[in-house]
Design a protein. Structure first.
Length: 585
């Protein structure tokens, strides 16, 4: 069903929609950018988007439909699940007997059509539609959710109305009123549905964000925030109250942040929810982190470690003393890496203790302590107590302050292997961070074994499109990165021949499939593993900058996160766009 560019050119000229000169110029831009000829013509405003789609439909012999003013029967709409519809821009709009008519944007997406055919057990008739038509129908999924939640959305009880109008007033009886709302069946149904959808879509976080007139719900899936649904403002009080009840938080506290937890059993697994409530201008924003307690165990290889970096970690964890630090921003998989290392070390011969905030996963045989600052159980106090428990291996969830840093360093000096995390952008950046926490340079040099830094990138689905970087793309990348150094690494890893160039490096673009959102599914880490060698120890003691230390580490063979990303992109594990997205942050 592919529209041949030559056919498109011929029809454009026949219909006098573009001149030869315009098409020739668009072809050049198409080759440079890797985009389709039609996309370039629309971007350059040579042809309108709807005119292009009508022309493509005519060429392919597929009918064109305009659904911008159509109201679809919810039973027909739901034949294609909302995540599939949104991901692949395909909607069901008409059913007659065993025949289903679907509107779509991509006439080449035969895999999605086949998927719907099998799951719905219907004969599929594809139709082409404009993006505006598809968006109009996609909005009706949201309306079908409103129908599902209609009982609470349309219901304006005196309590809800009073709360919406007088939200800033602190009433003595307010807590009891909110508790009644939280136990109202429709409110319970809304919150349960929000959670169920998040679990089914494998979301890592749920964001519930009130605005002046509505409540926006978003899910973070594979590291990307995606809109899930919009609910009327009237249900805000009930949703917040329900989640506070589940998390055992104060119902009548609206001025201060609150943190809580709760657990549920769903889809055959036990999931722990870490809840954060933050006062904002239009009420209270809630973020819930989903932590499956039955999460499958990983290996370091599955996390994305390989080669010399992998060997360095394996050698370091065999040492009885010292520190192993994992760095990166929030949500970069640091804790997962530490848990994977702990699983490797977890034997009956050693005593492993942790101090965490929060305990994200339970590990059998390891003594895990939850930090509770409100009662005085801080990282520092917890670590101080752990040292009296005769541990061999200690994990400190995060080194946040001077006291924790000092205790962790001293623990590693006195016969313990210490694992912890720091919030820094690179492996070398951990050293100045420790210096900021008043740790003496000679102590850092004496205790730190290795430092790893990491980010998470989305992995490509099996269906993907290969391409080679054009000259203009290479020129743009060369403005930001040392392409010669990266090419040298690719040669060292035997991804390209010893005498090969960028023309020999294949990268891959995501190709949408029914099972994969945006052509991606799952995530993997890109890493840099810095061995604290004798030369680097000498630099630390001298007070060298992180740049000087990183330069020395690279001379000694360290592969940076960016280089690791290029390797994984060239192997087809992820896309170059993903690598640039996370390394530019």
């Amino acid at each position: 069903m592919r529209v041949d560019p030559q056919q498109l050119k011929a029809f454009l000229l026949d219909e006098k929609l573009a001149t030869s000169a315009q098409i020739e110029e668009a072809e050049k831009k198409s080759i440079q950018s890797g985009k389709k000829l039609g996309e370039v013509l629309v971007e350059e405003k040579i042809i309108g988007e709807e005119d292009l789609i009508k022309l493509q439909a005519y060429i392919l012999g597929v009918p064109y439909v305009n659904l911008e003013k159509e109201k679809i029967d919810p039973r027909v709409l739901q034949i294609i699940p909302e995540p599939i519809a949104r991901t692949h821009n395909i909607v069901a709009y008409k059913k007659a007997g065993q025949t289903l008519e679907v509107a779509m944007l991509d006439p080449e997406d035969l895999q999605t059509i086949e998927f719907i055919k099998k799951t719905a057990n219907l004969k599929i008739r594809p139709r082409l539609a404009s993006p505006a038509s598809i968006q109009t129908i996609l909005k009706q999924y949201q309306k079908s959710l409103e129908v599902e939640f209609g009982e609470i959305i349309k219901k304006e009880t005196p309590v809800l109305t009073a709360y919406a109008e007088e939200e800033r007033a602190i009433l003595a009886e307010e807590g009891e009123d909110l508790k009644k709302i939280a136990e109202d069946l429709p409110i319970i149904k809304i919150v349960d549905t929000l959670i169920k959808h998040a679990v089914l879509q494998k979301a890592s976080d749920i964001h519930i964000e009130p605005s002046e007139k509505e409540v926006m719900v978003r899910y973070r899936i594979d590291g990307i925030l995606r809109p899930a649904m919009t609910l009327p403002f009237q249900v805000k009080a009930g949703i917040i109250a329900r989640i506070k009840v589940l998390s055992n938080l104060k119902l009548d506290e609206h001025r201060l942040p609150q943190d809580g937890r709760f657990k549920i059993d769903m889809e055959g697994q036990r999931i722990s929810f870490r809840v954060s409530v933050l006062p904002v201008y239009d009420g209270e924003k809630i973020v819930m982190r989903l932590l499956p307690e039955s999460a499958s165990k990983f290996t370091l290889e599955q996390l994305g470690f390989f080669g010399e970096g992998l060997e360095l970690i394996k050698r370091s964890i065999k040492k009885p003393t010292g520190m192993i630090l994992v760095t990166g921003p929030t949500g970069s998989g640091k804790t997962t890496t530490l848990y994977t290392v702990l699983e490797m070390l977890n034997t009956s011969e050693v005593n492993i203790s942790t101090v965490e905030d929060p305990i994200e996963y339970r590990i059998e045989g390891i003594n895990q302590t939850q930090v509770r600052p409100h009662i005085g159980l801080t990282f520092a106090n917890g670590l101080r107590s752990l040292l009296r428990q005769d541990p061999n291996i200690i994990m400190v969830g995060e080194i946040r302050d001077e006291e924790t840093a000092s205790l962790a360093v001293n623990a590693s000096l006195t016969g313990h292997l210490v694992l912890s995390t720091l919030h820094t952008n690179s492996a070398a950046g951990a050293l100045p961070r420790l210096l900021d926490m008043k740790v003496e340079p000679f102590l850092i040099a004496s205790t730190v074994n290795i430092i790893t830094a990491q980010r998470l990138v989305r992995t490509l689905c099996p269906e993907k499109e290969a391409y080679v970087l054009s000259k203009s793309e290479l020129d743009n990348l060369a403005k930001e990165f040392d392409l010669d150094a990266i090419l040298k690494i690719l040669r060292t890893q035997k991804i390209v021949p010893a005498d090969g160039g960028w023309q020999d490096v294949k990268f891959y673009r995501p190709k949408r499939a029914a099972e994969c959102a945006d052509g991606y599914k799952g995530r993997i880490g890109i890493h840099e593993v810095m061995n604290v060698s004798e030369a680097i120890k000498a630099l630390i003691v001298k007070g060298a900058t992180s740049g000087e230390i990183e330069k020395k580490a690279k001379e000694e063979g360290m592969i940076t996160m960016l280089e690791d990303g290029f390797i994984k992109a060239a192997q087809g594990i992820t896309s170059l766009e993903e690598i640039l997205r996370v390394t530019r942050e």
